[in-house]
Design a protein. Structure first.
Ligand code: PHE
Ligand code: FE
Length: 287
């Protein structure tokens, strides 16, 4: 979301989509996908929500090579009515939300280079497709993403996108879920990152706090390092219900005057599951 140029790149359609050009991927690009896929699929067993693994499975994402969006969209369409469309990179907020509201997930069509295996600035096809698409095969999460798109368009009218973006960040990108008593990963930014898949679940450094809608929308986030706080939902149903049942307009008005919270804040009324040591964040400051 955000930070996109305001002029549409040459060759992009009016909705900013481009052809994926699947046949143009080189063997080494396909090999990069296979490498990343094998590494994450193995590590995520027992760490990620079973809903994510079910999505990988029904969408046949383990098939070797970079997925072809046409084939992927065909499967997804049948399951939840979503499709995946290619874009050249980040797109303007209103364009992004409009796609989501219409059940189209926008994905970069490029893949990281060998130098970028562990870190890259812009989301590539591995983050976008491996990270985000499996949960779109789940009807509840599929509804949440559409509702988020509609809510996004609405937030622009109130000038409150910065608050709503935090909800996306702490759920869709960096969310944790408690399932059968265990913490599991589901956020795309975590599951597509080797390092953060371990850190978010096992490291003593970050806080893990029960999800609270208003609290999350007050909390700033860091885009260039592991999170200092993760928010934990009880279920996808609960996340969807809470966001659908809440009219965000009064919340936005209220948050206008409430101070933002730093990424490591713990409040007296937070339901804290793990109080982090913040050792990792400290080490990053002094090094
Ligand atoms: N209910 C929200 C609103 O009033 C819309 C929304 C739904 C936002 C789901 C995010 C997720 O704007
Ligand atoms: Fe993402």
């Amino acid at each position: 979301m955000g930070h996109a140029p305001n002029t549409r790149p040459e060759g992009a359609f009016e909705d900013w989509t481009i052809p994926q050009q699947w046949s143009a991927y080189t063997p080494s690009e396909h090999a990069m996908w296979d490498h990343l896929f094998a590494r994450q699929a193995e590590m995520l067993k027992g760490r990620v929500s079973p809903t994510f693994l079910a999505g990988l499975d029904v969408l046949r994402l383990s098939k070797p090579g970079i997925p072809d969006f046409e084939e992927l969209s065909e499967r997804l369409q049948k399951l939840t009515g979503w499709s995946v469309v290619a874009v050249p990179g980040l797109v303007p907020d209103d364009v992004f939300f409009d796609h989501l509201a219409n059940r189209r997930f926008v994905a970069g069509n490029f893949i990281r280079t060998p130098e970028q295996v562990d870190y890259l600035q812009e989301p590539d096809i591995f983050h976008d497709v491996f990270g985000h698409v499996p949960l779109l095969a789940n009807p509840v999460f599929a509804d949440y993403m559409q509702a988020y798109g509609e809510g996004g368009l609405r937030s622009l009218k109130y000038g409150s996108l910065d608050k709503l973006a935090r909800l996306y960040w702490y759920t869709v990108e960096f969310g944790l879920i408690r399932e059968a008593g265990d913490l599991r990963l589901y956020g795309a930014g975590i599951v597509s990152s080797h390092g953060e898949s371990i850190f978010a679940l096992d490291d003593p450094s970050p806080n893990r706090i029960s999800f609270d809608l208003k609290r999350v929308m007050r909390t700033k986030y860091k885009i260039d390092d592991y999170q200092q706080t993760y928010f934990v939902i009880d279920s996808f149903e609960d996340l969807l219900r809470q966001t659908l049942e809440t009219d965000f307009a009064p919340l936005y008005a209220e948050l206008e005057t409430a101070p933002d919270l730093t990424t490591d804040t713990v409040l007296a009324d937070d339901r804290v599951l793990t109080l982090g040591t913040q050792a990792y964040a400290q080490s990053r400051k002094t090094s």
